[in-house]
Design a protein around this ligand. Structure first.
Ligand code: SF4
Length: 266
């Protein structure tokens, strides 16, 4: 069964998929990749921790935006302090921890404002208020026999009776949603539908570096693109030789790739 990570890789660079999954070449992760993995694991812990922070805020704290931010920041710093400092066999550098904190800080400000507004508008506190900020699930396994595809969604939210898969991205941010991110979260939406027997109309990609949650409609066009990418991925995996270096080879995309040095020697 294919994985959504393979689908994403094939959309990003077919050659990368081939080197890794057909030729089984191992390459050291770049600092950017180490940072992404580190930041991603922090975000997962924070998603689980923030609702507990909200639950413990008293009336006085909830009426003061600064107090809410301070409580969230204390929880963030504690998670950063105890986070493993080796990822994928590589040491997490101090600059990575500093940058992760600053990325999280953008989102934390947004979250604090949401908590402040919700508490003021609804009068809720404790568990009832926390439930408004708890994801339905974190790292949810999903699978489709029909699509011959499986994966793990970073987070699923449940709002107004609807499930919304959310993918967290810590890397470079474009104007909209990168094509490979669209395909990834679109695939998760389709897998979630089959796994849980429901319908998904919308998905979200969170770009942590700019603290933005960008929405994506899960329509027929996106579903067809996912199906086509599944076929393309299978074709690449069945090729006798590696695909050519990608069109913008040697450009920004390649310089951030863990195969940068090896790829041009093959
Ligand atoms: S270095 Fe460039 S062409 Fe080679 S695998 Fe990476 S992204 Fe693809």
């Amino acid at each position: 069964m294919l994985t959504v990570s393979q689908l994403r890789k094939s959309a990003f660079c077919p050659r990368q998929l081939y080197l890794e999954d057909v030729m089984h070449i191992k390459a050291r992760p770049t600092p950017q990749i180490v940072y992404g993995l580190f930041s991603h694991s922090l975000k997962r812990k924070l998603n689980l921790t923030y609702p507990d922070v909200v639950k413990d805020l008293d009336t006085k704290q909830l009426s003061d935006l600064g107090e809410i931010k301070a409580a969230l920041l204390r929880a963030t710093d504690e998670i950063l302090r105890t986070a493993p400092r080796v990822v994928d066999g590589e040491v997490v550098r101090d600059w990575m921890a500093r940058r992760a904190r600053s990325d999280i800080f953008i989102e934390l400000n947004y979250l604090a404002s949401e908590i402040y507004k919700k508490a003021r508008d609804t009068g809720l506190m404790g568990r009832s208020l926390a439930s408004l900020f708890s994801p339905w699930g974190v790292e949810v396994d999903v699978e489709s026999r029909k699509l011959d595809l499986k994966g793990r969604v970073d987070k699923v939210e449940f709002r107004d009776g609807r499930y919304i898969p959310v993918e967290i991205k810590t890397g470079a941010v474009g104007r909209g949603i990168w094509r490979e991110d669209q395909l990834q979260v679109g695939a998760y939406a389709m897998l979630f539908e089959e796994t849980f027997g429901t319908t998904v109309e919308e998905a979200i990609v969170e770009y942590t570096r700019v603290g933005e949650r960008r929405k994506l409609k899960v329509d027929d066009e996106l579903r067809d693109s996912v199906r086509r990418q599944i076929e393309t991925t299978k074709e690449i995996l069945a090729m006798a030789d590696p695909p050519e270096i990608c069109q913008d080879g040697n450009g920004k995309k390649c310089s951030n790739c863990r195969f940068y040095e090896l790829c041009f020697q093959i």
